[in-house]
Design a protein around this ligand. Structure first.
Ligand SMILES: Nc1ncnc2c1ncn2[C@@H]1O[C@H](COP(=O)(O)OP(=O)(O)O)[C@@H](O)[C@H]1O
Ligand SMILES: [Mg+2]
Length: 226
């Protein structure tokens, strides 16, 4: 599913240049559940953004679902994201003026799906994540856990091949975090590939494989002992 070789990412230039990724190579198979760990600034988000086609590497090669991503232009990258990738972020990234259902349906605006069909699909997904009773509420009227469920439903609307989650429980209390992790575990069980960034051991324990990063490099890559 994912094949990255010798990825480097540099920000800035000269004396102030930051080497956020240094020669990172990894492969992730279909239906793996992977956690990427490491302290703040170790390059987790940078790696996730490249794997998720939100950003391109300074050098190195990246293939996703058979396509050479590192050779795509911006338009092709966004098509790749729309077709294959679902994102979940720490801060949910919902649009405040839209209802839950409208937020979930949003990615379909960039496809030729008719609006009523898009909303019906959104409502089905909201039911699946346990929010059937909150479809027409705005994000401000929901708890953090409910907002993250909306974001998960939105990530699923395109039937993505891979779900990327950057600190999905970073803004949630521990009880709500468990609920969100159970939901991600269920997605994995249903056949999704899940790649998640976290710096919490108990959250990483839900994954099957843990990749530890330090200073822009992979320090350790091991199966999870659970
Ligand atoms: N857009 C950017 N511009 C400049 N430096 C950046 C940018 N994004 C990340 N960095 C730097 O790259 C390094 C890795 O950052 P990041 O991938 O966000 O780490 P993590 O997610 O592990 O906390 C850090 O030193 C960070 O300051
Ligand atoms: Mg980060």
């Amino acid at each position: 599913m994912i094949a990255a070789s010798a990825l480097c990412k540099f920000f800035g230039s000269g004396d102030t240049q930051v080497k956020a990724l240094r020669d990172v190579s990894l492969t992730i198979a279909e239906n793996e559940f992977v956690a990427i760990m490491g302290s703040s600034g170790s390059g987790k988000s940078t790696l996730m953004n490249i794997l998720g086609c939100l950003d391109t590497p300074s050098s190195g090669h990246y293939k996703l679902a058979g396509a050479s991503v590192s050779e795509l232009d911006d338009e092709q990258l966004s098509a790749m994201r729309n077709q294959h990738i679902g994102f979940i972020f720490q801060s949910f990234h919902l649009l405040p003026r839209l209802s839950a259902a409208e937020n979930v349906a949003l990615p379909l605006r960039y496809t030729d799906t008719p609006t009523d069909e898009a909303l019906q699909r959104a409502e089905r997904l909201l039911q699946q994540v346990g929010l059937g009773h909150r479809m027409h509420h705005k994000p401000a009227e929901m708890s953090g856990g409910q907002r993250q469920r909306v974001a998960i439903a939105r990530a699923l609307i395109n039937n993505p091949k891979v779900i990327f989650a950057d600190e999905p429980t970073g803004n949630l209390d521990s009880k709500t975090s468990v609920e969100i992790m159970q939901l991600l575990t269920e997605l994995h069980r249903n056949g999704n590939t899940v790649v998640m960034v976290t710096h919490e051991d108990d959250i990483a324990a839900y994954a099957q494989r843990v990749i530890k990063m330090r200073d822009g490099q992979i320090l350790e890559d091991s199966a999870c002992s659970v």
